[in-house]
Structure formats: C-alpha cells, structure tokens
Write a protein that binds this ligand. Structure first.
Ligand SMILES: [Fe+2]
Length: 269
C-alpha cells in the first residue's frame, strides 16, 4: 500500500526545516555571544590588571607619603628640641628641665585620656613653654639675687613673647595655649591673663603640675633636689588652688612611675 501524495511526511518536513534553521540561528547567535563574552572577559581582565597596577602604585605612593610624614614629624620635633635647648643654655638653672617636664606632661596627658593628636600638642607646648625667655635680657634671666619689681614685670612677659614668636607657625597652633598659659593658676591668681579653672587650656593645666613637680625634684643653684614624696605633698596642698584637681588625681595615679618617667623610661605608659 502506497502513501497518498501530500499527506504525512510532506506536511511535517517544512517544520523540521524551520526548526533546523532556527537552531542554526541560535547556534550562530550563541557563537557570536561566546566571542563577545571572550572579548569582554579579556577586556575585563586587562582592566583588572591595569587596576591592580594602579593599586600597587597608589600603595607605593601612600608608603612614600607616610615615610615623608614621619621624617617631617621627626624634623619638627628635632627643631623644637634644639629651640628648647637654646633657651635652657641661657638659663643654667633649668638644664634638662624642658625634656623632663615634657615627659611628665605626656604621662599626665595619657593618664587623663587625652587623644593622640592632643598628646602631640602637649609635647610641643611643654618643650617650648619658656621659648619667650629668649626675649628677656640676661641681666634679668641670670640675675643671682631677687628681681626688682620692674625686672619681675619684664620677666612675666615671657609667656606672651613666646606666644607671639610661635603664633605664625601652623603646626604649633594647638600648642600655643600651653606657651601662653603655663603660669596661669587654677584659682585665677596666675599670669599673664589671670585665667581661672577650665578657662585655662587642659594642656596648660597639665603642664602646671609637671612644671612644679620638676622644680621641686631638680637641683637648683640655691637648693638641692627634694624627693618625689615632697613634691607629692606640695602638689596635694595646692590642689584646687594652683592646680586643677583632675590633673592632681592623674598625678597621684602615675606617682609610682615618676622616677622612671623622669629618665624617659615610662613616659609613654
Ligand atoms: Fe615660664
């Protein structure tokens, strides 16, 4: 029995051919897509390697910048030490005073929780506190006996002189209050402005305790150094008068470590 013409296979064949063409079309599109993706992938990989190169360069720049910054900080600090030493060399009573008083101030500032940026300014301010003495004549600065009233008036100008000397130096701006206010007293009886309580910058309130501590425990031409215990008694006696009670508390907290701090062994703790 033969199949009738135009029935069965002949009606299916055009669909198969259409499907075949469709599949070929898809295959060709897939092929194109594959090549596009390969091209995209290689373009992405190229971009990625360029970015990695840039990242490496950026890291190298950042490293160089950090190194330069550290060198600059070290140079600043060396300059400040030189300036502090220049002042001390004119005033024999205070050899090594700026370095010790800076170590005490740093220890007190850390005990009070001063943040690291503030710590640096405490360091700069303490080192330079007496830089204005450069403007005081030797006849007054090195006078062995008591100062006359007029001489004392001149001597008391050194905080303002120091402030004026440094006020144009940008990186010392936050250290200026210590220089200007280092002879202020918590009870308002200090100089040059007669500020009281929290009107006095924290750095200067810290410094006042550090300064008294070093004055009492260092040799002076007219008397020998007293023990730390003697300084403790005097500083406690002046709590709320000459000194901020909070700073005195911090002083008591670091008291046991003072001998090590004086020699630079424990100032950072
Ligand atoms: Fe001073």
């Amino acid at each position: 029995m033969s199949e009738p013409e135009g029935s069965g296979r002949s009606s299916v064949e055009p669909d198969v051919q259409a499907l075949y063409r469709q599949i070929e079309l898809y295959a060709s599109e897939l092929h194109n897509l594959y090549h596009e993706q390969v091209a995209t992938k290689s373009a992405l990989e190229k971009k990625l390697s360029e970015m990695e190169l840039l990242q490496q360069q950026l890291l190298a720049y950042a490293h160089d910048l950090a190194t330069s910054h550290r060198r600059l900080q070290a140079t600043y600090l060396a300059t400040l030490h030189a300036l502090a030493n220049a002042v001390e060399n004119r005033d024999e009573e205070t050899a090594g005073h700026s370095q010790r008083v800076t170590r005490y101030s740093l220890a007190l500032a850390r005990a009070l929780g001063v943040p690291e940026t503030g710590i640096r300014q405490v360091e700069y301010g303490a080192l330079l506190h007496d830089v204005g003495k450069i403007g005081i004549p030797d006849a007054i600065l090195r006078k062995p006996g008591r100062l006359t009233h007029e001489e004392w008036v001149q001597m008391r100008r050194h905080p303002d002189i120091g402030h004026r000397m440094l006020q144009e130096i940008e990186f010392l701006q936050d250290a200026l209050p210590i220089v200007r206010q280092h002879h202020e007293r918590f009870d308002g009886k200090g100089y040059p402005q007669g500020l009281g309580g929290k009107e006095i910058a924290l750095g200067a309130r810290i410094f006042a305790v550090a300064d008294a501590l070093d004055a009492i425990t260092s040799d002076r031409p007219y008397r020998q150094a007293a023990p730390f215990e003697r300084a403790r008694e005097e500083i406690l006696r002046q709590r709320g008068r000459q000194f901020d009670p909070d700073v005195v508390e911090a002083f008591l907290g670091v008291f046991e470590r003072l001998p090590a701090i004086a020699h630079g062994d424990g100032a950072t703790g």
